[in-house]
Design a protein around this ligand. Structure first.
Ligand SMILES: [Zn+2]
Ligand SMILES: [Zn+2]
Length: 377
């Protein structure tokens, strides 16, 4: 059905942003459910105005609506609920009787129904980081009591309406001031705003609606995570007292140092020791990578400090698995520390051989420049 958001708010199609806001504020204050508990008509009016304001206060949505109406409108108004307009309402209801409901204080209903977040750290080795892994952790946390379903009442049933506020969660008080009678509203002290009270507490959780247990939590760690990154497991934090939304379990990543493979961004650095004979003649050597051992060709005439690349043997990018780092193999020429008489004689016989006298190529990049260019490329 086609809706006319402008007439819902009682404004002209030419209304300015400020006029739209004012019109909504007026309706919202009049029909707000907190002011009209149980009044279905008021609730409908509030919802309709909220939907209209959601569209008309957003330049992009308003443009679409003006062009195509609600029929052609994709992804219409946001639903009216606890999470609605977290930021905007503060501003909208400032200096109004409702400011207390949306203010940053403890009285915000939404906040009081959320349990605390919990934090843990896990250590991952390079292989787990590169391949992604499933982890199981034991966390001591408050979970919902199964006996009462979390409301803290015996069998989940023995709940009664709070007498102090008649189930509204708020109490109104008339105070006399110099300017006449003032009506003020505040959250009910007897029930903390819940509007209900536990008649007979659940014997299993002694009325708390939750239990402190050691919970085994299983979760997936995506590929490519880094040190200090945080994974948020929604709903795995503490359950609040007597029901509500559980907080999150925040998992902070730590990296286990590997003896051979060093992570540098998404690249892996490895130092390979090669005898000067193998470096001179060329050979094939086995090199460890995160993905297992691979054979690497050392070309004849490889110099000390040369960097050989094993493409795609690095860590996948956490944002795009198709992008993967490389393994950089830094060649170190091994100089023998001890020699037998025989070995020494052979080397001595080669000492003055022309090919063994260093003739560095000036055009060749220096060792340090080459390393630098690898990390920049
Ligand atoms: Zn219980
Ligand atoms: Zn109450």
């Amino acid at each position: 059905m086609e809706k006319d958001y402008y007439s819902v708010l009682g404004i002209e199609r030419s209304a300015t942003a400020d006029e739209i806001k004012k019109a909504y504020r007026k309706i919202a204050m009049q029909y707000h459910p907190d002011k009209n508990p149980g009044n279905k008509v008021a609730e409908e009016k509030f919802k309709a105005a909220t939907e209209a304001y959601d569209v008309l206060s957003n330049a992009e949505k308003k443009y679409q609506y003006d062009q195509f109406g609600t029929n052609g409108f994709q992804g219409g108004g946001r639903s009216y609920g606890d999470e609605f307009f977290e930021g905007d309402l503060n501003d909208l209801f400032q200096d109004s009787p409702f400011s207390s409901f949306f203010g940053g204080g403890k009285r915000t209903r939404r906040a009081s129904n959320y349990g605390e977040d919990l934090r843990i750290r896990i250590k991952l080795n390079l292989k787990e980081i590169a391949l992604g892994t499933e982890k199981k952790v034991k966390v001591k946390r408050h979970t919902s009591c199964e006996t009462c379903g979390g409301n803290g009442a015996e069998n989940g049933l023995a709940i009664e309406k709070c007498g102090a506020c008649k189930g509204h969660g708020v109490v109104r008080k008339t105070t006399q001031t110099m300017l006449g009678n003032m009506l003020t509203e505040s959250v009910c002290n007897s029930c903390g705003g819940a509007g209900s009270r536990v008649k007979t507490p659940c014997s299993d959780c002694r009325g708390e609606g939750r239990k402190f247990i050691e919970d085994l939590i299983t979760f997936q760690v995506p590929k490519g995570v880094r040190k200090n990154m945080e994974l948020t497991l929604r709903g795995k934090g503490n359950v609040p007292l007597r029901g509500g939304m559980p907080g999150s379990l925040i998992v902070q990543i730590e990296e286990e140092e590997d003896d051979l493979l060093k992570r540098e961004g998404n690249n892996i650095c490895y130092t390979l020791h090669v005898s000067f004979i193998d470096a001179t003649l060329g050979c094939e050597m086995e090199v460890p990578t995160i993905y297992g051992k691979v054979r690497l060709k050392i070309p004849p005439g490889t110099t000390c400090g040369e960097v050989l690349k094993l493409k795609g043997k690095g860590v996948p990018d956490v944002n795009s698995y198709s992008k993967k780092g490389d393994q950089l193999v830094f060649v170190q020429i091994w100089t023998p520390q001890e020699l037998t008489k025989e070995e020494k004689d052979i080397l001595l016989s080669l000492r003055d051989s022309p090919n063994f006298i260093p003739k560095p190529n000036k055009k060749e990049e220096s060792f340090f420049e080459r390393i630098k260019s690898f990390f920049q490329g």
